[in-house]
Design a protein. Structure first.
Length: 259
């Protein structure tokens, strides 16, 4: 398996706080069946602008430690880019790194509480450049309502959608867990990744979430599709978008929306 969203690099953001923690995180991931991790430290315009070179250097160092320790897992470079009106410009200037530095996919985080209206413009601008934005942990945003209308819209604009394995596992509460599973059942999710920050709680594990999905009767072929998509990101290959299943909104939700 490949984890495309993970804060495994040491001392670079709110993720791993030391090289020892990073190595332990790699051990946990390998035991779970993960062979490649795209390291995605937070990149926030004007606040936390980690230079591309620092990410590349940090990856290289961690990979060297993993080889020394005999841990057969490879760290690839990337970033989780917090949305801002200027990220396209910064990307063009070479300040922002794409996933696996492949100039094909970029991981974008949105604010939790309020939806930035310019999000779809950003998606469009990246698409014009041949880059597909992947929206990080969609299930965690309060404004993603039960009808998933916004998610349909983002996919229609050309974005792909990622859900956290830890959300499926229930780490962010029952509501987020149910929302994640529901999104997956409606084929609105293209990736499951750990978004791990440490060795306890938000850990780099994916397999447990897949087991939960199997119990929830998610098609094995859809689980395969999700897993293969992460490989395609690493290789910079095109991803086929399956038709989402339109959500039937219960009559009382429709009524609620009117008032
Ligand atoms: Fe993250």
């Amino acid at each position: 398996m490949i984890d495309i969203h993970c804060h495994i690099l040491p001392n670079i953001d709110d993720g791993s706080s030391s090289m020892e923690t990073s190595i332990e995180m790699a051990r946990i991931a390998l035991e779970d069946g993960i062979k490649f991790i795209i390291a995605t430290p937070h990149y926030i315009e004007y606040e936390h602008e980690i230079p591309r070179e620092a990410i590349l250097k940090n990856c290289q160092e961690l990979n060297q430690f993993l080889i020394q320790k005999g841990i057969e897992l490879k760290i690839l470079p990337g970033a989780e880019v917090f949305i801002s009106p200027t990220i396209v410009e910064s990307y063009k200037k070479g300040k922002i790194i794409s996933l696996n530095d492949g100039r094909k996919y970029i991981l974008i985080e949105l604010p939790v509480a309020a939806y930035p209206e310019y999000t779809e413009d950003i998606i469009f601008e990246f698409k014009v450049m041949g880059i597909t934005p992947i929206i990080a942990h969609i299930e965690r945003y309060f404004y993603v309502k039960d009808d998933f209308e916004l998610v349909f819209r983002l996919i229609n604009k050309g974005a792909l959608i990622q859900v956290n394995s830890t959300s499926v596992m229930g780490l962010f509460g029952k509501e987020v867990k149910n929302k994640s599973i529901d999104l997956i059942k409606h084929r609105l999710v293209h990736f499951i990744a750990s978004d791990a920050h440490t060795t306890r709680g938000r850990v780099p594990k994916i397999s447990e979430a897949l087991e939960i999905l199997r119990k929830e009767r998610v098609d094995e072929s859809y689980i395969d599709y999700i897993l293969i998509n992460s490989q395609k990101v690493v290789r910079g290959e095109e991803i086929e978008i399956l038709d989402p299943i339109k959500k039937k909104v219960k009559w009382f939700y429709r009524l609620k929306r009117r008032f």
